[in-house]
Write a protein that binds this ligand. Sequence first.
Ligand SMILES: NC(=O)c1ccc[n+]([C@@H]2O[C@H](COP(=O)([O-])OP(=O)(O)OC[C@H]3O[C@@H](n4cnc5c(N)ncnc54)[C@H](O)[C@@H]3O)[C@@H](O)[C@H]2O)c1
Length: 260
Amino acid sequence: MAGRFEGKVALVTAASAGIGAATAEAFAREGAKVMCSDIDDAGGEAIAKRLRDLGADARFMRADATSEDDVEALVKATVQAFGGLDLAANVVGDGHPESSGPEFHTQSLKGWEWTMGVTLRSVFLSMKHEIAYMIEHGGGAICNVSSLAGMLYNPQGGIAYGTAKAGVIRATKFAAMTYADRGVRVNCIAPGITKTAVYDRMEPAFAKQLIDEMMEFPAIKRMIQPSEQADGILWLCSPEASMVTGQVLPIDGGWTAKGQ
Ligand SMILES: NC(=O)c1ccc[n+]([C@@H]2O[C@H](COP(=O)([O-])OP(=O)(O)OC[C@H]3O[C@@H](n4cnc5c(N)ncnc54)[C@H](O)[C@@H]3O)[C@@H](O)[C@H]2O)c1
């Protein structure tokens, strides 16, 4: 497929659903060879097939983004399958039900550690192994996924999730500063309320109440499509953003424009 990323190799985590699936598809539509990764095999195989049906070179590999062995093997397999690694979207992140809400004194340690692992450890491990390859092979571009909850006080997101997503922003900036002179750009997006299965997994009445409560904050009063997040990721990874590194792009309907 012809496009902005023709001949490039992209790795996308959390590619079986939501923002990751939309990002994998967007990279494929722009000509990249795409390694889709997730812990959901059925969803991952389905998205890889969809990309191949579109004419792209795409594969799925199961990898738990919180496991260093899995992430290291994933980067190796990507390079082996496609001959390199130029672009990476590190999309994995989530909050544990036991770490919801703003209160510290009732917070469960299990919920905190799970959320930190899935949201922050995953991004650290992905960047570690992607960058190790990129600095030895001509550089690359990485986009992590934070959240508006990492930029401002968002009690709905919970303290562990907000703290981990703030960590994703700091890790992004750290990596950008460290590797700029070795050809690696690192940025992140900070999504607002995006229409994915995250809300389908909640009890419907709770999900509705949560969305209604949060919808008070953005200037544009609708849920964001996963493809609108993917558009931001692709731009940050593209040559058009060649002088952009260490930045956070909020795609949140104007929520964070109110002040941080
Ligand atoms: N949806 C929103 O409103 C919203 C808002 C802000 C930020 N985000 C962030 O966007 C990212 C994607 O969220 P989404 O809404 O698309 O979620 P989603 O639930 O639609 O998809 C998440 C995918 O991640 C996979 N996954 C979970 N744990 C994994 C692990 N350890 N290793 C590999 N894959 C794993 C799941 O199997 C699933 O396919 C997350 O980092 C999330 O925190 C989402």
